[in-house]
Ligand binder design. Structure first.
Ligand SMILES: [Zn+2]
Length: 70
């Protein structure tokens, strides 16, 4: 059984893969714990980046508040 690389799973997540390949990939992910784990790790990376963006946004808002009160 051929495993998917991180790059391929990234394409799968972003729907940059052809439909046929995505169907194959989805079927593989159901059967293969190691590829499913890799995909979950990519999701975690995204969640981390999302949190990072959120905290930067909050920091910016605080900066705006400080500017307007001075
Ligand atoms: Zn696999």
């Amino acid at each position: 059984m051929k495993h998917y690389t991180k790059e391929e799973l990234e394409q799968y997540r972003k729907k940059e893969m052809s439909i046929i390949r995505r169907i194959h990939c989805a079927a593989h992910l159901k059967e293969c714990a190691s590829c499913a784990t890799l995909l979950a790790e990519l999701d975690d990376d995204d969640a981390f980046v999302g949190k990072l963006r959120e905290s930067i946004k909050r920091y910016d808002e605080v900066g705006v508040v400080q500017k307007t009160t001075q």
